[in-house]
Design a protein around this ligand. Structure first.
Ligand code: ADP
Ligand code: MG
Ligand code: MG
Length: 251
């Protein structure tokens, strides 16, 4: 589903190369965990996958269903079913969360050639999805992410993911700042969405999230490259020995 080949990407503003020859393949139905020390380029990878303009790809390719997405803008990538939950979700003042959801869902339906949802059907879907996440409907009347706690922001991200029914989900440190209860809700939300034709890239600094979302593969990112891949036991090894061992091996 996703094949990243010898990817090099830099910050557009100053030309600093952050992703330096990254290779990664994620198959349909797979949950791949990306782990790595702070500053290794995990968030940058998620921005590059999203197609943010402040990053430039200088070499390599990103194939999604066998086709390069490098020329697509963020909205086109979203319409193709690529969803990103960022480490620091954006605040959208002046737009009620409900309204934001409606616009996002209908934009995606339009891109797929589908009719907009009727209001009752939209509300039914939002109620169902937010109930599963123990989110209060009153919260959805507030502007998206404005004044939301860390846990509320992460739930709002998972809510968007449920409603948009993406095929490739990239979650950047969705666990950071979550207490155990919120972590469980987010993990349950992700696990409920696991399916044979959907893939997940779960980016995390800690092993803790992977106790709840058990990955099929684990990849260690360091200085902009995948330096080691393995199964879920690799995450446990990292938890016990830290990143130093794996980094030493690669060097
Ligand atoms: P991670 O998510 O693994 O902690 P990041 O992708 O956030 O790593 O950052 C990778 C490296 O790139 C870090 O050294 C960071 O300081 C640098 N970096 C990322 N974005 C920018 C930017 N816009 N300007 C300057 N440096 C950046
Ligand atoms: Mg970081
Ligand atoms: Mg990060």
């Amino acid at each position: 589903m996703l094949e990243i080949r010898n990817l090099h990407a830099r910050i557009a503003e100053d030309g600093t190369e952050i992703i330096r020859g990254l290779n990664l393949t994620v198959n349909k139905g797979e949950v791949a965990a990306i782990m790595g020390p702070n500053g290794s380029g995990k968030s940058t990878l998620s921005y590059v996958l999203a197609g943010r303009e402040d990053y430039e790809v200088t070499e390599g390719d990103i194939l999604y269903d066998g086709e390069s997405i490098l020329e697509l803008d963020p909205a086109e990538r979203a319409a193709k079913g690529i969803f990103l939950a960022f480490q620091y979700p954006m605040e959208i003042p002046g737009v009620a969360t409900m309204e934001f959801l409606k616009v996002a869902m209908n934009a995606q339906r339009k891109a797929r050639g589908e009719e907009p949802l009727s209001i009752p059907e939209f509300i039914r879907r939002v109620k169902e999805a937010s109930g599963d996440l123990s989110m209060d409907m009153a919260m959805l009347k507030r502007p998206l992410n404005v004044g939301f706690s860390g846990g509320e922001k992460k739930r709002a991200e998972i809510l968007q993911m449920k409603l948009l029914e993406p095929r490739l989900c990239v979650l950047d440190e969705t666990d950071s700042g979550l207490d155990i209860d919120a972590l469980k809700i987010v993990s349950d939300g992700v696990n409920a969405l696991r399916s044979p034709d959907r893939a997940f890239l779960v980016i995390t600094h800690y092993q803790r999230l992977l106790e709840h979302i058990v990955p099929d593969s684990v990849h260690v990112l360091y200085k902009g490259q995948v330096i080691k891949s393995g199964d879920k036991s690799l995450a446990l090894e990292l938890e016990e020995n830290g990143y130093a061992g794996v980094v030493g091996e690669a060097a």
